[in-house]
Design a protein around this ligand. Sequence first.
Ligand code: MGD
Ligand code: MGD
Ligand code: SF4
Ligand code: MO
Length: 734
Amino acid sequence: MAKRIVHAACPHDCPDACGVLITVENGRATRIQGDPQHPVTRGFLCGKVAKYLDRVYSPERVLYPMRRIVAKGRRLSLSNAQGCATHGPPAAVPTEENWQRISWDEALDEITSRFRSIISEFGSEAILPYSYGGSLGALNGASMDRRFFGRLGASQLERSICSTAGEAGIESVMGVKLGTDPEQFIHARYIIAWAANIHGNNVHLWPFITEARRRGAKLVVIDPYRTRTAACADWYLPINPGTDGALALAMMHVIIGEGLHDPDYVAKYTIGFDELREKVKAYPPERVAQWTGISAQDICKLAREYATTRPAVIRLNYGVQRSEGGGMATRAIAMLPCVTGSLKEVGGGIQLSTGGAFGLNKPALTRPDLKSEELDHTPRSVNMVRLGEALNSLNDPPIKALLVYNSNPAAVCPNHNEVIRGLKRADLFTVVHEQFFTDTTDYADIVLPATTFFEHKDLQTAYGHYYLQISNQAIEPLGECRSNVELFRALAEHMGFTDACFKESVDEMIDLALESRNAWLEGITRERLEREGHVRLNFRSQGPGLRGQSGAMRIAESRESQEPFLPFAHGNFRTPSGKAELYSEALKGKGLNPVAGFTPAAESRHGSGKEAFPLELLARKADNFLNSTFSNLPSVQEMEKTNLLEIHSIDARARGISDGDAVRVFNRRGEIFLRARVDGSVQPGVVAARLNWAKLGPGLRNINVLTSEKLTDLGNSATFYSVLVEVESAKSRA
Ligand SMILES: Nc1nc2c(c(=O)[nH]1)N[C@H]1C(S)=C(S)[C@@H](COP(=O)(O)OP(=O)(O)OC[C@H]3O[C@@H](n4cnc5c(=O)[nH]c(N)nc54)[C@H](O)[C@@H]3O)O[C@H]1N2
Ligand SMILES: Nc1nc2c(c(=O)[nH]1)N[C@H]1C(S)=C(S)[C@@H](COP(=O)(O)OP(=O)(O)OC[C@H]3O[C@@H](n4cnc5c(=O)[nH]c(N)nc54)[C@H](O)[C@@H]3O)O[C@H]1N2
Ligand code: SF4
Ligand SMILES: [Mo]
């Protein structure tokens, strides 16, 4: 077979959604590279996906259906039992004592017969799907699975572990998740990276920021953690975690107080300005300085520079909304460009997500109309953040079966110890569809082999740019792997569901997804995507294509060749009023502050419980993993230093801790042993540690033993960054 180059798109949960080229020789993928033609991702990949061949062809892949033949749970290896704080053992490879290989037919028969008996005894809501960001492909993310569970009458999963607080916040102002086009960043003269770890989580935006700075832009970073981006910034403002809402209100206090707002834009395109003006009077910089740790002088300077240096853009990322008050904080920040009118300027505005522009025909994919014949009501909804609570205390009916795919809850869920207690239940039937033997498969009764994006076809949107892509299948599935689409098609068949939609082919589903009322999809067909790989959403642009130019040229010219996308230049907010809602009747109706306000997090230095646990923990993502994904691959592990607790020298000294010491980090929910790193990445009062597979961590744990199931103020999201802990030296245990 000749050498082929296949266009694909990275489906991992990352704003960049890179264009990818896979070289295939004799049926085997031999090279992965970024697609140089992609106008935003421009031919380079992040470190972890650049090593993707190691993932696809890893000897540790799940390749066949497996049935557990020993008790659930992970085995303690020697080094872990001793609490080794630097390196855990290699990932648990399936061993013959743990697993018995079975055929797909046996697996499907066992799963469907267990489901049938659970349904007859407890009802269909005793079955819970659990999925999140393993694949953001339009089909493998949410299509056949939703049809299957809808038809089954299973409990619904509220998928809120990541972004729903921020979405609720920004939508309460703007009505939709649209943000500044990354290609427009080159025109900005003032860039605020607000809770945005650009080098770690959104690296393809960086070249656009670099070009803007070359043209004179100033980069300001607001983050409690000194990221690489913060270290590169013109001005770094370390903020106390969870206090951004107050900062935004104080900025508006200064901007409105000094008349630096845009009265024309405000009058034409917003409602509630008078209420906002009244509200922000309660947030003078002097008061807000005490919460944020940013001086009143700096708050004033930031507000004035932001309002007067034009265009000014905010790259807001989701870090801000992983705190108790994250919804309101996002809402307050989203008001800033409405008040200054920067939404009308090329290179101005705010980007939290671009995801709202794609408008695929999701109902055609997920078929919310499909219902169980036996169930006379809409199935209950279970919040995914509270999996531990759901498994341990939900009744009427209790959860008796869990089907996990696209997720690794035994690593990523908060309050890990409770999650594990639930997953250990002998009466819980757990099925996990996975590429690897993860923390979660350690508790599965049946493990099913899943394809990687090399092995299936999909349609790919993005949340950090405006290009739709096709991701072609490059190689045959390894072993007996099946995609999520094929898994749920087979399950539907074994359940005897005869609805025609379970027979739709992948191409038919892609066609359906593109048949949408969204005008921005006009002229974008599967055939065109197959031909071109990526297509910019049709914002009525007429400019010539950008193919064939060098990256640097393209960056400089990309805006000039297209009509700039300024969705809010003339209002057009998708709120109930059609205006930017600085006052929201909808929020008022829910008993919430209709303008915005700041309430310090209960679990913070400003709340209760700080006597026993005085340090605020940032339970962060790793720069070189993707949540828990990639953390088991040796070539990726080499790039990331794991099992560290970053702590300020003042806090370390007060506890007799030196750089490199073993430390115990604990609160009421759990404890973990890490190695102290005193390196200036956090301020006094804040400590930070990173997510990893639990079974690779010391004591077979990860930092989610410390995080809480408390939900955010809006959007029922997780509060990974509202966590109090105490730290003590554990030298004797190292
Ligand atoms: N390399 C890598 N890339 C990733 C991921 C990964 O795990 N690794 N995860 C992916 C996923 S799932 C997502 S959702 C995206 C989004 O990723 P981001 O939205 O960037 O999310 P975070 O890394 O949680 O937070 C971003 C920054 O916010 C900071 N932060 C935390 N609390 C606060 C606060 O209270 N105020 C302020 N101002 N800043 C705060 C953190 O220190 C961090 O540097 O990234 C994706 N990309
Ligand atoms: N402490 C702490 N915890 C966090 C976060 C944090 O910042 N700190 N971040 C949170 C956030 S923002 C998010 S989004 C969640 C992410 O939570 P998850 O979405 O569960 O994230 P991953 O750890 O990436 O796990 C995805 C799993 O899906 C598998 N997978 C990949 N592709 C496929 C596929 O096509 N089919 C199937 N069946 N499986 C596939 C991968 O192998 C991987 O094990 O984690 C949250 N947890
Ligand atoms: S994880 Fe993000 S940066 Fe890395 S290849 Fe995928 S989309 Fe690109
Ligand atoms: Mo996320």
